[in-house]
Design a protein around this ligand. Structure first.
Ligand code: F6P
Length: 518
């Protein structure tokens, strides 16, 4: 059972949205507040530890209603069911998309449940043994560092989460090698002791050139400084491919699987998240999964108008297709979340950067947006000027936490006041004219506020699952396949060709650059 194949722009709601947009696109958000008595009730969602306010958007409640009609007309409810029940919704790769099963208590397949439970129990055992000092290095020393070797989905999520939850660290230091750049790897190896370091090679395919080259470099260094025999104590593989890791010297018990039905960019909930569990401890990792599971339940069961991922997806489609905004900015007011924009960039852009619909036709509307961002308040001193007074309209997600992790309430207040000040300033602006025209700030700039009680493993799990579901909803409504990445595959195969055959198939310009590189 595949996802529905419905062109959103041919639906009655889309046509009405076009008319509605023409009527209201110059309205000021303030006018919506004046005219719509219940705006705050209708445009705010209180869910568990989350408070989501999307009232500061250039969207009337009439348009919002039409957007929720679009969900119905494109069969979203049914598509959500297929997403969770393991239907083959990644049709171009003939696969189910079941990363949600990695955090689910029940699945409708015993085989999948068994696989998930086995992997989880391996993750728990390895992390507990390392943290308790039961699993030691070859020379009997306690493990102090863990190095993740992987790229893309095998890197961005684990790095983002270990950094985001570093407050909950159990003491092991995480490192990441992703880029093929040899200097970075060599430099990192200079600073760690092989006696006290575990390496996790993460690659679903175990064919990704960056990961394999780096893994081989690290192996060589390890053998030179220790010996070949001890590879079994210090190397773990996470992969869908079991043969190549064995050839590398990794013992079967140290190979964790990545099921076929887990896409790289959504894989941090299972074995790819091993480094997360080692760093924050298995109990916190369980909380992280629980938070995601609860958000999945909210997404599955809540009516569209109060469903956080659905609402965020609808706003994205609205700005992208009607206001023609090309980007969305992610602004966590929390330094620990500094890698969230990068992580969401891959999750979102690799998923919805498509231009052929599910019927095989070229789309004549906008699909994936450009995702970027940085942390507040740093970003205020970097690019906010353009958001306030530039010519581009940039929808923004402000993510803030009510409570700090430590007890400096006073400084935390400065942080949260800044977040609030910015959303307020973007909305109201500052009218000036005449001699002061350069100080004029129009306002009417959209933002969502995602206010969360505290940065805990549980709440971070919910936050990531929220964005994953948002990505799914956008793809579902826009009638594209969100779970393949053929564009990325093309680049990989050309790089291989250049390495094997030189410049023979390159265009004229690239061929000249090839010569300069020799
Ligand atoms: O970047 C493209 C991609 O295929 C991602 O989807 C994936 O996460 C990454 O490469 C790494 O692939 P692998 O885990 O197979 O090494």
């Amino acid at each position: 059972m595949a996802l529905s194949k419905i062109n959103p722009t041919k639906q009655p709601s889309w046509k009405k949205l076009v008319q509605q947009f023409n009527k209201e696109n110059n309205f000021h958000i303030n006018d919506f507040f004046k005219e719509e008595n219940n705006r705050l009730d209708e445009f705010c969602i209180n869910w568990e530890n989350f408070y989501v306010d999307f009232s500061k958007n250039r969207l009337s409640n009439n348009s919002f209603k039409l957007l929720t009609d679009l969900c119905k007309e494109t069969n979203l409810k049914n598509n959500i069911k297929k997403y969770f029940n393991g239907s083959i919704i990644n049709e171009t790769e003939n696969r189910a998309v079941l990363h949600t099963a990695l955090r689910s208590k029940h699945t409708n397949s015993t085989e999948i449940s068994e696989e998930v439970n086995n992997t989880l129990s391996k993750i728990r055992t390895i992390s507990d043994e390392i943290n308790k000092g039961v699993r030691l290095g070859y020379s009997g020393k306690k493990i102090e560092n863990v190095v993740n070797i992987g790229i893309g989905g095998s890197h961005l999520g684990p790095e983002m989460v270990t950094e985001a939850l570093s407050f909950y660290s159990q003491g092991i230091k995480p490192y990441f090698i992703s880029n093929i750049d040899p200097d970075y790897t060599e430099n990192l190896l200079k600073s760690i002791n092989p006696d006290t370091t575990i390496f996790i090679i993460v690659s679903k395919t175990f064919t990704t050139i960056e990961t394999l080259k780096n893994a081989k470099k690290v192996r060589k260094w390890f053998v030179k400084n220790v010996n070949e025999e001890s590879i079994k104590n210090h190397f773990i593989a996470v992969s869908n491919n079991t043969e190549d890791p064995k050839e590398f010297g990794i013992e079967s018990k140290n190979i964790l699987s990545i099921p076929e039905w887990v896409g790289g960019r959504f894989s941090l909930w299972g074995s790819v998240g091993l480094i997360i569990s080692i760093c924050i401890g298995s109990k916190n990792f369980d909380d992280f999964l629980r938070g995601a599971r609860e958000m999945d339940l909210h997404f599955k069961e809540t009516p569209f108008e109060k469903n956080i991922p659905v609402v965020l997806a609808l706003l994205s489609i609205w700005y992208n297709n009607f206001f023609k905004c090309e980007t969305e900015v992610i602004l966590p007011y929390n330094q620990f979340l500094c890698k969230l924009p990068d992580y969401l960039q891959q999750a979102s852009m690799e998923s919805n950067g498509k231009s052929i619909d599910r019927e095989g036709k070229r789309v004549d509307y906008q699909t994936g947006t450009i995702i970027w961002g940085s942390t507040g308040t740093n970003a205020q001193h970097a690019f906010f000027q353009l958001m306030h007074q530039g010519t581009k309209l940039i929808p923004a997600d402000f993510i803030a936490f009510k409570e700090p992790l430590f007890d400096d309430i006073e400084q935390h207040k400065i942080l949260t006041s800044n977040f609030l000040a910015q959303t307020n300033a973007l909305l109201v602006g500052n009218k000036k004219s005449g001699d002061e025209i350069h100080k004029n700030i129009d306002g009417n700039k959209p933002s969502n506020t995602i206010l969360i009680n505290k940065l805990t493993p549980h709440n971070l799990g919910s936050l990531i699952a929220m964005y994953e579901s948002k990505i799914f909803v956008i793809g579902s409504i826009l009638n594209i396949y969100s779970f393949d990445q053929w564009g990325v595959e093309l680049g990989k195969s050309i790089a291989k060709q250049i390495l094997n055959n030189g410049k023979s198939n390159l265009d004229e310009s690239s061929s000249q650059i090839y010569d300069k590189l020799q």
